[in-house]
Each structure stands twice: as structure tokens, then as C-alpha cells.
Ligand binder design. Structure first.
Ligand code: FA5
Ligand code: MG
Length: 382
């Protein structure tokens, strides 16, 4: 993490940031690559696309419901498993709790994997309408629309009995209608005419639940999850006799659509050729690539081991190749009928957004990847 950020956190918490993050606990699975991204706070930089889109969403909600939403954008990203999972009713055996999917600081502490981690505490503080923006962390696959650190905005709005009596709707219908109306309006506000669709979804904390997808570069791109808040969350943390909706927006995904950014890595670029293209309040600029540099493909086949998982592989490849890694995909897999062993072939795509890469540097990286994969994930290279 940048030194000034680490110092600021140390002042706030009395403990060096690095010690808060990489604790030496046997449950800790946070790499330096992730630590280095912490505290960058792209969502708090007014001229950065992530900061611009945050402000545009604030402006939209302010125009729709003047004065209604309280805004938070500086909640600490290190949270308890209680806040991240239990308080939003994530079941004990849900896969998102697995260390394969989530970054653990220690057994009871994680880097939040969604801004929903702040729902319950913000309701307990008495807020009935709020927006919480922050950096979130996930062990995930690697491609143009997934990154291990990204930004979400959580929205919650609580309705009282007076609201649904006035609407003539039943409380769930009122919440669902206002939610969809608000988010469709947001999509129009940001993108004008864009093709959108609602998908039925599942989240432990909402019922019913939906995802919104936007047609972007020939594919449907998921940009948010939302729904009518599970009643227990409201009853336990707010007051009984209320109804609420909640959403979680992926800010990178929205910014990709708005600014025509083809690859999520570019948001982390320090290159002026990127940063100078955007300025606060300007929703009209479109990303102009400096030039398309050639990709380099490396394939790697191995017999899998119990230590192997795609997320573990991606974590390792990111730690070695950093943002030169554009994509990691399984291109072939088969199981030997006699031995029962499974072989995977993964393709790693290396490409810089900023310059041409040399064969030597890619070969050196790929050699490191191969030896680390064999050592750490205990797979047998073929
Ligand atoms: C959630 O995180 C829920 N907490 C959202 C929610 C909130 C639902 C409140 C209901 C009520 P999900 O895992 O689908 O849901 O992520 C939400 C959004 O984050 C996605 O739609 C996507 O836009 C973005 N996102 C998810 N993973 C990544 C990633 N690896 N890189 C970039 N963006 C991502
Ligand atoms: Mg989703």
C-alpha cells in the first residue's frame, strides 16, 4: 500500500497497516500483491473514473430523492466475519466463506468481499436510507471483467407502514417496484439508451433477488445484484414493521460501460495517458487506447492436486505477473479413466496496456509461474 496510506492507517488504528493485513495467522491468505492495492481508494479520487461514477450515482439519487440518502465512502475494508457473513445471513456452509474465495486476515476477520458487510451496522446506527462505497476483495478468476480488488456501492432504503399505505401496494411489491424503478432510472441517467435485462438471482440477504445485466461489447455484463431485504436483517438491526430494498453495484463494471473501457486492469494504471483522459463531472469522455500492444500466450498442462483450485492458480499468477496478466483460462481438461487423475491445460495471456513486452521477460515470468505452481500447488507439470 502507498506509504502515506499505511501511515494514515497506523495513526488511526495504532498498528502498522501491514501488520493488520498480513498477520501471520495460519488462516491468513493475503498476498503482498493485494496488500499493495489497499488504501488506494480509487473511489475517493474525483478525477478517476471510479470516483467520477460514484459521484454520478450520488447525483442521480440526490435528484431522485433530495436529501434522502446518507453517504459513506470511508468505512475500513477490514471487517469481522460476523459483519461480512453472519449479519447478512450467509449460511455457515456457503462457498463465499471459503478461503478459496475470500481473503482472511485471521479466522474471524476478512477483507470485506462486498459492501453488504456494512448493511447491519448502518441500520443499527439508525440510518433508513444510505449509500456505502468502498473497495472490496475477492479471490476470483482472471479476465477483462474480473479483478481481485474492485469497488462496490451498497444502497439501502427502508420503507415504513405509512409508505406502503400511501402507495396502495403490499410492502414487498412497493420495495421491489421502487428498487427496479430507481435502478432502471440510474442506467438511463448514466448510459442513455442501453440494452438492459433483469435476471432472477439468489442472495442470502434478499428475497426476491435480481441481477441487472447490460449489453456491452457483444456480451451481457452483470453490473449489480439487488432485492428486497430479508426481513430478519431489518427486524434484528432496525425496527420491526418496516420493509427495505438493497443493492450492490459493481463500480468498475459501470465505469467500463460508461467510459468504454475494455479491460478492468486499466483502472489501476498510473499512466498519465490513462488518467489525463478523465475529469470530475465529465461523463462524456470515452477511453482512447494508446495503442493495442500484442498479446503473448503461454499454455501450461498439469495433473491436478488437492491443493489446486482455479482461484489458487489465479492468485499465484497475479502475484508473479501482476497486471501484465490479462486472462487465465482452462482450455482443456480430461480425466484418465485408469488412474482417475485429471489433467488441466491453462492458457495465460500476457499483455501490457502500456508497452510491448519482450520474449525474455515473458519467458522469465512463465518460468516462475511454472515452478511456483509445481511447488505451491503441488501439481505435476506435463
Ligand atoms: C454481491 O456482492 C451482493 N452483495 C450484491 C447485493 C447487495 C445483492 C445487496 C443484494 C442486495 P455479487 O457477488 O453478484 O453480489 O457482486 C455484485 C457486483 O460486483 C457484480 O454484479 C459485479 O458488477 C461486481 N463484481 C463481482 N465480482 C467482481 C470482480 N471480480 N471484479 C469486478 N467486479 C466484480
Ligand atoms: Mg453476481
Amino acid at each position: 500500500a502507498p506509504a502515506c496510506v499505511a501511515a494514515a492507517v497506523e495513526l488511526k488504528t495504532g498498528k502498522p497497516l501491514r501488520e493488520e493485513v498480513i498477520t501471520g495467522s495460519p488462516d491468513n491468505n493475503i498476498t503482498d500483491y493485494i496488500y499493495d492495492k489497499m488504501g488506494m481508494d480509487l473511489h475517493r479520487q474525483p478525477d478517476h473514473p471510479i470516483g467520477i461514477i460514484k459521484q454520478a450515482i450520488y447525483d442521480y439519487f440526490e435528484a431522485r430523492n433530495p436529501g434522502l440518502f446518507t453517504k459513506f465512502d470511508d468505512r475500513f475494508p477490514i471487517v469481522s466475519t460476523r459483519a461480512n457473513f453472519d449479519e447478512v445471513l450467509v449460511p455457515a456452509d456457503h462457498i463465499s466463506r471459503s478461503p478459496n474465495d475470500t481473503y482472511y486476515v485471521d479466522a474471524n476477520t476478512v477483507l470485506r468481499c462486498h459492501t453488504s458487510a456494512h448493511q447491519a451496522e448502518t441500520l443499527r446506527a439508525g440510518h433508513s436510507a444510505f449509500l456505502v462505497t468502498g473497495d472490496v476483495y475477492r479471490r476470483d478468476s482472471i479476465d477483462a471483467t474480473h479483478y481481485p480488488v474492485f469497488h462496490q456501492m451498497e444502497g439501502v432504503r427502508v420503507f415504513s407502514e405509512a409508505d406502503w399505505l400511501a402507495s396502495g401496494l403490499d410492502p414487498t411489491k412497493l420495495a421491489e417496484r421502487d428498487l427496479k424503478d430507481a435502478l432502471e432510472g440510474l442506467a438511463r441517467h448514466l448510459f442513455g439508451d442501453v440494452e438492459c435485462r433483469w435476471i432472477d438471482a439468489y442472495f442470502p440477504f434478499t428475497e426476491p433477488s435480481f441481477e441487472l445485466e447490460i449489453f456491452f461489447k457483444g456480451k451481457w455484463l452483470e453490473v449489480l445484484g439487488c432485492g428486497v431485504m430479508e426481513q430478519r436483517i431489518l427486524d434484528d438491526n432496525f425496527k420491526p414493521g418496516h420493509k427495505a430494498w438493497a443493492f450492490g453495484l459493481g463500480l468498475e463494471r459501470l465505469a467500463m460501460v460508461l467510459f468504454d473501457v475494455p479491460d478492468i486492469r486499466v483502472f489501476w494504471s498510473n499512466d498519465d495517458r490513462f488518467l489525463k483522459q478523465f475529469s470530475a463531472g465529465d461523463l462524456k469522455s470515452r477511453f482512447k487506447p494508446y495503442s493495442k500492444f500484442p498479446a503473448c500466450y503461454k499454455d501450461m498442462a498439469f495433473w491436478v492436486s488437492p491443493e489446486f483450485s482455479e482461484n489458487n492458480l489465479c492468485e499465484l499468477v497475479r502475484s508473479i505477473g501482476g497486471d501484465l496478466v490479462e486472462e487465465v483460462t482452462c482450455i482443456d481438461t480430461f480425466t484418465n479413466k485408469k488412474t482417475g487423475r485429471t489433467s488441466n491445460c491453462y492458457r495465460i495471456v500476457y499483455r501490457s496496456m502500456e508497452r510491448s513486452l519482450t520474449d525474455e521477460e515473458i519467458n522469465a515470468l512463465q518460468e516462475q509461474v511454472r515452478s511456483q505452481v509445481a511447488q505451491v500447488l503441488k501439481v505435476e507439470l506435463r
